[in-house]
Design a protein around this ligand. Structure first.
Ligand SMILES: C[S@@+](CC[C@H](N)C(=O)[O-])C[C@H]1O[C@@H](n2cnc3c(N)ncnc32)[C@H](O)[C@@H]1O
Length: 333
């Protein structure tokens, strides 16, 4: 390697001078030996003693996920992986396409190094079944799927292997929370570990009834109620909301229905339980708002009520052309 040879006393000044002129090579380490310093250079320079000696190459420290994987994957493959990251507390869940499964360990280790979280899991199935949980395979770090996720100042404890939770709904939950008034009686029909109830009750003085069929979801919601300082009150029920709700003595000012694939099959229950002038926050997987609006309107008209649609929005993309849609309806007699 071509180097400038200078007495050790001049090493620092020479190094700065060469760096400023863009003549110092950053690929190799400077060497000091026998009262002389050797600075690697990119081209021959007059006014200095130039020698050719062996220098140690610089160890390349990867700065990001792309650099960690650039020898293994293409730029597009890395970008696709990066957008699949779901960070839940100190756990990361990622989606590895079938053609990259043979490299899952390298990808998992890179994700661990890049994110500095506790555990990396890969998705092994779609979200499925009544409880909306997916299979996960542990890839890297410590195989501990229990974590505490922070969202809008709330602490949400959960086991990613046993319950549904999506950090991608945080903005939607905040939006719903901001539309809630103090004093509301709210029913969350499919509450999971309670992100809606906890975020709402942390900020508003409300009375929330939260139902889920998954016993683990209710176990974590009960813990989350203790974990957070709440302004409002939350009462939990474990079971099928169609059956559990038969015992409810009051109507509700707001009903949250975040079970997008099947919520429409429970619209008869929510339309029956909503107070006159109350709001149903209804969710649906669809390519257009029309399907959800029609379903909500039909359920109301069957019960002799009317739905006034006050807001519709796309919460997140689920597949090309399909969205997790939110429809807010004010239900009047
Ligand atoms: C898509 S998750 C939403 C959970 C939560 N609202 C959230 O945003 O994280 C739907 C939840 O509905 C629950 N569920 C499904 N069918 C139910 C039923 N018939 N009665 C009550 N809960 C039900 C599942 O266990 C699951 O936790």
């Amino acid at each position: 390697m071509k180097c400038v040879k200078v007495p050790l006393k001049q090493l620092n000044d020479t190094r700065i001078n060469l760096m400023e002129k863009g003549l110092m090579s950053m690929e190799y380490r400077i060497k000091a030996c026998d009262d002389f310093g050797y600075i690697p250079i990119t081209e021959d320079i007059d006014d200095y003693t130039i020698v050719d000696i062996e220098l140690e190459p610089m160890k390349k420290v990867p700065h990001n996920f792309s650099e960690l994987l650039e020898d293994e994957l293409t730029h597009d493959e890395i970008e696709n992986l990066r957008t699949s990251f779901d960070t839940i507390g100190d756990v990361v869940i990622l989606e590895i396409p079938e053609n990259l499964e043979s490299k899952k360990q390298i990808i998992g280790d890179a994700a661990l190094e890049f994110t500095k979280r506790k555990a990396i899991y890969m998705k092994k199935s779609a979200i499925k079944g009544t409880t909306r949980v997916r299979d996960l395979e542990f890839l890297s770090g410590v195989d501990d799927s229990i974590t505490i996720h922070k969202e809008h100042g709330a602490r949400l404890k959960l086991d990613v292997r046993q319950v549904y939770f999506s950090p991608r709904l945080a903005t939607e939950r905040k939006r719903v929370m901001e539309s809630v008034n103090d004093g509301e009686r709210i029913l969350d029909m499919f509450c999971g570990i309670g992100p809606y109830p906890i975020v709402i009750a942390k900020n508003k003085n409300v009375d929330i009834t939260a139902v889920d069929i998954n016993k683990y979801a209710i176990k974590y919601l009960d813990e989350n109620i203790k974990l957070n300082k709440l302004k409002g009150n939350i009462t939990t029920y474990c079971g099928d909301v169609r059956e559990v709700s038969e015992s409810f003595k009051t109507k509700f000012d707001r009903i949250i229905m975040n079970l997008p694939g099947l919520a429409y099959t429970f619209l008869d229950v929510s339309v029956d339980l909503i107070e006159d002038g109350g709001i149903i926050n209804y969710y649906e997987f669809s390519d257009s708002y029309e399907t959800g609006i029609k379903r909500l309107e039909n359920a109301c008209s069957k019960a002799g009520k009317q739905a006034e649609i006050i807001n519709c929005r796309k919460v997140k993309s689920t597949s090309p052309g399909e969205w997790h849609m939110a429809i807010d309806g004010k239900i009047n007699s």
